[in-house]
Design a protein around this ligand. Sequence first.
Ligand SMILES: [Zn+2]
Length: 409
Amino acid sequence: MKSALVSSLLFALALAGAVPKKVDYNGFKVLRVNLNEKLDKLEALEKLATHVLNPGKASFVDVVVAPENVDAVNALSAATVITEDVGAALKEEGGFSAYAGSETWFTAYHSYADHLQFLRDLQAGYTSNSAIITAGTSVEGRTLTGIQIWGTGGRGSKPAVLIHGNVHAREWITSKTVEYIAWQLLTKYSTDATVKSLVDKFDFYIVPIVNPDGFVYTQRTDRLWRKNRQTVSSSRCVGRDINRNWPYKWDAPGGASTDPCSETYKGVAAGDAPENKGLVAQVQQLKASRGIRLYLDIHSYGQYILWPYGYDCNLRAENDAQHRNLATRAASAIRAVSGTAYTIGPSCSTLYATTGSSTDYTDVTGNSTYSYTYELRDTGKYGFSLPANQIQPTVRETWAGIVSMLKDA
Ligand SMILES: [Zn+2]
């Protein structure tokens, strides 16, 4: 009787559309489309594309296009094929693995629940110098969960290193990378002199998934979703871009969209995404205590290390030269591990304009000494769906880059 009730309830939910069907990307292509800085082309392209993968680029953009729209995109502008079949590429990513509390964690992708379990188990192994922390709540009520790590000075006694991952939901390699940093700091603390010196020098605040709703949505419904899951009354489109919603230069023109259907929708007001409210409070709290030495916002893809500013291509941070020094050495450290080449520079002039971005906020309002955005592997071949066999190489090379920064910072 009970199971009959449950199944009829599930059936009713399915009819009501409450159980969304997963987006099938078989036959979809990723096309790189030349824009030549023409905005009208971009608008037409956005209507034809299922997703814009690198929104903000003025010279060219990579777009996911349904089979029936490929001809129309080609008619609009010269396009080259980056991925022949997105569905096939997603299969190469590998399925979810069962949770494993060891370094094999970094050889496959996992469910959101398993990510939380990973953090809890890691913390449980090192209760004297780590704690689970939270940074507010998402639109759908999930807690933004992270881990704090400290050394001999005791909890909260040193300048903060703040690290955020998976801001954009589809960038799965980023939470793995951020978790690897926490993993290394704790598991190597007692055996590796370099790690010990870093953990004794800073207080680490590490949040691997700051957009949990979007992340869950990429796993259940649309693998290529970017934004959070916040609605807006004026539109049927969903989601704010968390990295265009920070309350610094949110109003500046040109680096975000006011269209709720856009991948870079900035929101109705500065900092009006619940996730941003939690992250802003976290930054303010750290600023008010020991201050922030280094902020890292980990994204993919493109292989960039970027620093302020995003909102103005001519403006330079007061300590631009120091930012460049640290980034130069980090890029060399990464290249020494694997040969992976990174491009470095101030974000607006190096990649594209962004307003309401995390690193502009932490630099100016958060008073962080250093603020960087990493864009991890690759340069477009797999894009967001990096195959599972690239997780370990990516987290290891990025660790080398971040250790280099931590030594210098
Ligand atoms: Zn991103």
